[in-house]
Ligand binder design. Structure first.
Ligand code: C2E
Ligand code: CA
Ligand code: CA
Ligand code: CA
Length: 279
């Protein structure tokens, strides 16, 4: 039994070493990808269900790998976070998103707010406010057209530091949205301390509405919480008409999800926004 245990341990270590070197190679590859412009953005429309107006888009990173095709952010964002590359990657994403939003404006399309996701590591970086302000100035995008999405786990790591960074960003004129709301641990009293403009209801709560009474109740509670705190609310992952109807009836007008549109390359967004030029 002892012998068997030792062999297992050796195997285990070998696997781990192999995995580590694979990861290392992958993050090197990702570093080059950021430098070589293989990271691009797709944009998912956000719509007001009552007016039918598209008021914003969320920028979602994609890695166009030369041989493997399009790689999902779920596989490379965690890698970038672990390796620290997220700072460069995040800066690149911010720059691409702001430049794109400005170029839609220049093309005469209706004004849009662009939402950019931000990782904890970027948020802890003391140069973040300067970066955001520089990127806005260089792209010529008005700060009120930029929204930064952060998660509860991010802000709960160091509440005071998070409040400071968030305050600086809002002083620039940028708005802040709390992403995946309901999946983290923030207490309601905490929420009040943060200068957030918007709660994004996580799609896991939307998925079973309107058939699942518990989820209906949770979603309704989040909507009234947002109202109480004087915040906007947006539902993520809206896939069906029934969900959209439920949300409207519950008082949530802003929605994002496959029902409204999948994440799209920039030229498709332009077509969506200017239906007269479409087809
Ligand atoms: P997220 O911020 O929660 O983004 C929403 C994700 O849900 C996107 O996946 C989107 O394609 C997907 N989605 C949208 N509507 C629906 C729907 O109706 N049904 C379902 N089932 N899914 C829907 P995506 O693009 O694969 O991104 C995954 C995650 O990767 C994002 O989740 C975000 O956390 C992260 N991410 C993406 N881009 C960036 C980035 O530039 N920086 C950072 N830090 N994270 C990013
Ligand atoms: Ca997001
Ligand atoms: Ca989300
Ligand atoms: Ca999510």
């Amino acid at each position: 039994a002892k012998r068997k245990g030792r062999d297992a341990a050796v195997l285990f270590t070998k696997d781990m070493a192999e995995e580590a070197s694979l990861k290392l190679r992958r993050s090197e590859e990702l570093r080059c990808a950021v430098e070589n412009g293989e990271i691009l953005l797709h944009y998912q429309p956000q719509k007001n269900l009552k007016t039918g107006k598209i008021f914003g888009v969320e920028a979602l990173a994609r890695w166009r790998h030369p041989t493997e095709g399009m790689i999902s952010p779920c596989s490379f964002i965690p890698l970038a976070e672990e390796s620290g590359l997220i700072l460069e990657l995040g800066a690149k994403v911010l720059e691409l998103a702001c430049r794109q939003a400005r170029s839609w404006q220049d093309a005469g399309l209706p004004a849009l707010k662009v939402a950019v996701n931000m990782s904890a590591r970027q948020f802890q970086d003391c140069g973040l406010t300067t970066l955001v302000s520089d990127v806005l100035a260089q792209s010529g995008l008005s700060p009120c057209c930029l929204e930064i999405e952060i998660t509860e786990s991010l802000i709960m790591q160091d509440v005071d530091a998070a409040v400071r960074s968030m305050t600086q960003l809002t002083e620039l004129g940028v708005t802040l949205a709390l992403d995946d709301f309901g999946t983290g641990y923030s207490s309601l009293s905490m929420l009040k301390r943060f200068p957030l403009s918007k709660l994004k209801i996580d799609r896991s709560f939307i998925a079973e509405t309107p058939t699942h009474p518990d989820d209906n109740a949770i979603v309704s509670a989040i909507i009234s919480l947002a109202r109480t705190l004087d915040m906007e609310v947006l539902a993520e992952g809206v896939e069906t008409e029934a969900q959209a109807d439920f949300l409207l009836a519950a008082g949530c007008e802003a929605a994002q999800g496959y029902l409204i549109g999948h994440p799209l390359p920039p030229e498709m967004v332009a077509r969506l926004l200017a239906p007269s030029h479409a087809k």
